[in-house]
Design a protein around this ligand. Structure first.
Ligand code: SF4
Length: 435
């Protein structure tokens, strides 16, 4: 095989924000950012980026660019499965080579930030969560991001594709069909296609349009339901009602597409905690999605919700209230579905198939609820520390510094800390966790 001319390698746009199940998927942007972008709690597209639709020509160009990088990885044997091979180190070498050739040829190409692509953690101590969150956006494509994206896709099976950004149902179905066909033709090994969607879009489109998406190979839509309670949805400016959630999910299932929804415990704050849980249980029961994924509310700095908290128009629910909301969901959802707790934002790992696994899941919840206030605090500290290590692979100096006064020997002894001190550390850790 002839050596590829590295000056011809070009970066392509990737979807920075995608479901955790699509972390290692090949991604293509058919739209950019969110056309709604009004939800008070959502930090995702509040960084000044605007919604836009891409042309078919640009999309196909990106698919071709991804193919060229994939072919180059094959040519260089970067992802060959030899034991002990550090594919990311080899990829780093290749990236340096490409960037050098491009720079010598007078082609622009930033080195980018590999952390999101490679799944790394914060490097700058004291970096606040808003700044860290901003580093996840990859609006400007780079060689580095593009190569790592392909590498992580290949080493994780190379079979899944996510098409973004936030609501691919705004696309003309014929446009989606042409783009998906081109992607499939260019990457014939792809076996699963997924998108994010808004239930309102699904509710308002004819069933036959959703069937075109299905015919294009779409396997699953991830919907941000967040709540089934209309007061909460209204306050949060979600732009959808509980009834539209139900209609959108049902229509998706009728079109033969798998339906996965996100629900956000805590979104009702203290004021709507009870109706939020009850109405969400009813909406999920009627919507009957295949998956319900829990994402506990985190109030991100810089969001309109953070302003509402500051002004006193929204009061965050306590951890105990949030756990009681999840208890209501487990107890009151009356449809067969899989409840998944796959986010570092959640205090408890409550996952299982409903209704069969319900009693086991309730046991986990009730064990927590039976703890004394002090035990709940120390439980929360241990759980949050574990989530942080799980997400970033270790503690940052900032968090080490915060827990240092309570360290005894080689472990953290929470008995040395007051309730306020523990709460402070928990708040710090939660502010650094990504949803
Ligand atoms: S629709 Fe989704 S991406 Fe857009 S603002 Fe709301 S939560 Fe964020």
């Amino acid at each position: 095989m002839a050596d590829t001319d590295l000056s011809l390698i070009e970066p392509f746009e990737i979807c920075s924000i995608r479901p955790p199940t699509e972390n290692f998927s090949l991604t293509f942007r058919l739209t950019r950012n969110c056309g709604w972008n009004r939800c008070l709690f959502c930090p995702v597209y509040k960084q000044g980026v605007k919604f836009s639709r891409r042309t078919m020509e640009d999309v196909k160009k990106d698919v071709d660019r991804a193919r060229a990088i994939d072919d180059l990885l094959t040519e260089r044997g970067v992802c060959d499965p030899y034991p002990g091979t550090d594919v990311y180190r080899e990829a780093a070498g290749l990236i340096a080579e490409i960037n050098e050739v491009r720079s010598r040829s007078g082609i622009e190409g930033g080195t980018g930030d590999r952390r999101a692509a490679a799944g790394g953690g914060p490097s700058g101590e004291g970096e606040d969560s808003a700044a860290w969150f901003a580093t996840w956006f990859k609006d400007t494509p780079t060689i580095e991001d593009s190569v790592y994206h392909l590498v992580s896709w290949r080493v994780n099976g190379g079979q899944t594709c996510f098409i973004g950004d936030s609501n691919s149902l705004v696309l003309n179905p014929a446009f989606f069909l042409e783009a998906a066909s081109y992607i499939r033709q260019t990457f014939p090994g792809l076996a699963r296609f997924t998108i994010y969607g808004r239930t309102r879009s699904a509710a308002e489109m004819p069933l036959r349009d959703l069937e075109v998406f299905k015919g294009a190979g779409l396997d699953r839509i991830h919907f941000g339901v967040e709540s089934g309670c209309d007061e909460v949805l209204g306050f949060m400016k979600k732009g959808v009602t509980g009834e539209q959630h139900i209609l959108g999910c049902r229509k998706t299932v009728d079109a033969g597409i798998s339906c996965s929804v996100y629900v956000m415990p805590g979104l009702g704050g203290t004021r709507w905690s009870v109706p939020h849980a009850a109405d969400t249980s009813r909406v999920i029961t009627e919507a009957a999605p295949d998956y319900v994924r829990l994402r506990t509310l985190e109030v991100f700095p810089g969001t309109p919700l953070a302003t509402a908290v500051r002004k006193g128009t929204f009061t965050e629910a306590t951890e105990e209230q949030i756990v009681r909301e999840i208890r209501t969901l487990v107890e009151e959802i009356e449809t067969e579905t899989t409840l998944v707790s796959d986010s570092a934002s959640n205090l408890l790992d409550v996952s299982g198939r409903l209704p069969g696994d319900g009693p086991r899941m309730l046991e986990v919840i009730d064990e927590y609820l039976a703890l004394s206030p002090r035990e709940k605090l120390t439980f929360s500290l241990a759980s949050r520390l574990q989530s942080f290590v799980g997400q970033y692979g270790g503690l940052t100096q900032e968090i080490m510094h915060a827990v240092m006064p309570f360290v005894a020997g080689d472990r953290i002894d929470a008995n040395r800390a007051s309730d306020d001190e523990i709460e402070g550390v928990i708040r710090l850790i939660r502010s650094r966790l990504m949803p």
